[in-house]
Design a protein around this ligand. Structure first.
Ligand code: G3P
Ligand code: CA
Length: 266
C-alpha cells in the first residue's frame, strides 16, 4: 500500500539522495456509497465504483448455516424491519429480506448480499475492506470463499475490532493485509488507549497496521510512532474535506467515507 521511499546511493558514498514519493490516500466507501444508497447492499457497492472509490468497506457475519453475509448490525431489525439474529438464522431466511426500502422506495428489493456476491463485483485494481463483525470462526469459511472467487489476495484487507480475528486472519491468510480497528477517545486530556498500548496490540496480533477513528488528538508524533514500527495508518469515517485534508497531510494510507464522491473531488 503506497508511500514509496526511494533511496539512491552512489558507489563511492559521496552523494546520498533520499526521495520520498507520497501518493494520495485510498478513498474507501464506508458500507458502500452509504450516503446515497442503502448501506452494505450491492447497490451501495456498485454506486461506490461509479463514484470512482478506490475500495469499498463492508461488514460481515457468519450465519447459522456457516454462510457469510454482509450486514452491520448483529440483527436485521434496523435495515430490514424484521428482527432476526444473524447467527441464529439461515442464509435462505436472510436473503428473502428487503434491505433497501428503509433508505427510500427507489431502493426497494435490495437484498442482504452474500460474500460471494460482494467479491464478484470488485473491479480489477479495486479493494474490499472486509470488516469481520463476529469472531475468528469466520476465517476458515472466508478463506474458502476467497479461494473460489476471482479476487486476488491484494484486493482484500481484513479489518476488525477483535484482536483474535486479526491474529487468526494473519495465521490462515498471511497474504491478505489485516488492520486492527481501534476507537480512540480523550480522557483527562490524553488519548486512550495510548499509542504504546496500540503498538503493543498491533504487534501481538501480527496486524499490518491500524485503522482508527479520525480523532483530533491524532498528530504527527502518533503517526511517526506507527511508521517507525512499519505499520499502515488508515482512518474512518471522514465525511468532510477539512478533516480529510488534515489526515492527508499526516500521510494517511486510506480514508473511509460515506461519501466517496466528495473525497474523490479533492
Ligand atoms: O471502517 C471502520 C468502521 O466501519 C468501523 O465502524 O461501526 O461503521 O463498522 P462501523
Ligand atoms: Ca464497518
Amino acid at each position: 500500500m503506497k508511500k514509496t521511499l526511494l533511496i539512491f546511493l552512489t558507489t563511492f558514498g559521496v552523494q546520498t539522495m533520499l526521495m520520498s514519493c507520497s501518493t494520495s490516500p485510498e478513498i474507501i466507501a464506508h458500507r458502500g456509497a452509504s450516503h446515497f444508497a442503502p448501506e452494505n447492499t450491492l447497490a451501495a457497492f456498485k454506486l461506490a465504483w461509479e463514484k470512482n472509490a478506490d475500495g469499498i468497506e463492508g461488514d460481515f457475519y457468519l450465519t447459522k448455516d456457516d454462510k457469510i453475509i454482509c450486514m452491520h448490525d448483529s440483527t436485521t431489525k434496523r435495515t430490514t424491519g424484521v428482527d432476526l439474529l444473524i447467527r441464529d438464522s439461515t442464509y435462505e431466511q436472510l436473503k428473502k429480506l428487503d434491505a433497501g426500502k428503509w433508505k427510500g422506495e427507489e431502493w426497494k428489493g435490495e437484498h442482504i448480499p452474500s460474500i460471494d456476491e460482494v467479491l464478484s463485483i470488485i473491479p480489477d485494481g479495486k479493494k474490499l475492506y472486509l470488516e469481520v463483525k463476529c469472531g475468528p470462526e469466520i476465517i476458515t469459511p472466508l478463506k474458502k470463499r476467497m479461494a473460489k472467487s476471482g479476487a486476488k489476495a491484494e484486493q482484500v484487507t481484513i479489518i476488525s475490532f477483535n484482536d483474535k480475528v486479526i491474529a487468526e486472519s494473519k495465521k490462515q491468510m498471511p497474504e491478505c493485509e489485516a488492520l486492527l480497528l481501534i476507537g480512540v477517545k480523550e480522557e483527562e486530556k490524553k488519548m486512550v488507549p495510548s499509542i504504546e498500548q496500540i503498538i503493543d496490540r498491533l504487534k501481538k496480533t501480527n496486524a499490518d497496521g491500524l485503522d482508527v477513528n479520525a480523532h483530533p488528538l491524532i498528530d504527527k508524533s502518533f503517526v511517526d510512532t506507527l511508521r517507525s514500527n512499519n505499520f499502515l495508518f488508515c482512518v474512518w469515517t471522514v465525511n468532510n474535506l477539512e478533516t480529510a485534508g488534515r489526515f492527508e497531510k499526516l500521510g494517511v494510507d486510506a480514508i473511509t467515507t460515506d461519501n466517496p464522491e466528495l473525497l474523490k473531488k479533492k
